[in-house]
Design a protein around this ligand. Structure first.
Ligand code: HEM
Length: 206
């Protein structure tokens, strides 16, 4: 039962990753190439130890979730007044939160192209999906952050690796233009994603 809920929670959060991979065809090709090279190196059986080799998959998940976040506020209730070093006062007994939507498109944190899809930014920074940092708020921050982070990273990467090795992802909607700011409404647009089987670990013929 717990496993079913866990898979459900994870799958819902990852809707945007499926849509992103299906809507940017060259991303799918990069991901498949990575899987093919891992199969060449370690054989076709997928093991937990291989997950850390999937750096491109990591970066694509991070970039998709950055641009269409799954948790938007992380609300907290203050039990005492807090005065920051700059003199800003947060009173007692109020809710505060981080605007993750704005944070994740902040050029001071993600550079000039913060509103554009560029998964390589995470490869350059050596930032991975399981890290908790200013660049990765997917797991929350502080003592109430996700308890199942490492487990969720593992099942998620396992799921994507199996699907990428065996199916081509596509949608009927227009491909996402990576030279324009990334759409903010991927969740509500929610196009159907089609999975077409192809022989394991080979490039689909079309
Ligand atoms: C990829 C999937 C997941 C993501 C992105 C995610 C993200 C998060 C985030 C952001 C929080 C903190 C919310 C906050 O700070 O207010 C959280 C809390 C939590 N998550 Fe996850 N989660 C995922 C999967 C899971 C799974 C599969 C489980 C259970 C098996 C789980 C169990 C929990 C629990 C128990 C908390 C509450 C921790 C606490 O309040 O001390 N999460 N998660």
């Amino acid at each position: 039962m717990i496993l079913r809920i866990a898979v459900g929670v994870t799958a819902r959060r990852f809707n945007v990753v499926f849509v992103t991979i299906a809507s940017i065809p060259y991303i799918y090709n990069e991901l498949l190439l990575e899987q093919i090279s891992i199969v060449k190196k370690f054989g076709p059986k997928l093991k937990f130890e291989h997950l850390s080799e999937m750096k491109v998959l990591d970066s694509v998940i991070l970039e998709s979730l950055r641009l269409n976040v799954s948790s938007t506020m992380f609300p907290r209730y203050t039990k005492s007044e807090y005065i920051s070093s700059s003199g800003t006062c947060i009173p007692k007994d109020v809710y505060v939160g981080i605007n993750v939507l704005t944070h994740n498109r902040n050029p001071k944190i993600f550079g000039k192209n913060a509103s554009f899809f560029d998964h390589k930014r995470f490869l350059k920074d050596n930032c991975s999906f399981g890290d908790v940092s200013t660049k990765n708020l997917n797991w929350g921050v502080g003592p109430r952050m996700c308890l199942a982070k490492d487990y969720a990273v593992a099942i998620c990467k396992m799921l994507f690796a199996i699907l990428i090795r065996n199916y081509k992802f596509s949608t009927m909607t227009k491909p996402i233009d990576i030279n324009a700011p990334f759409p903010r409404n991927l969740k509500t647009r929610s196009p159907l994603v089609y999975f077409t089987p192809h022989p394991p670990n080979t490039f689909p013929s079309s």
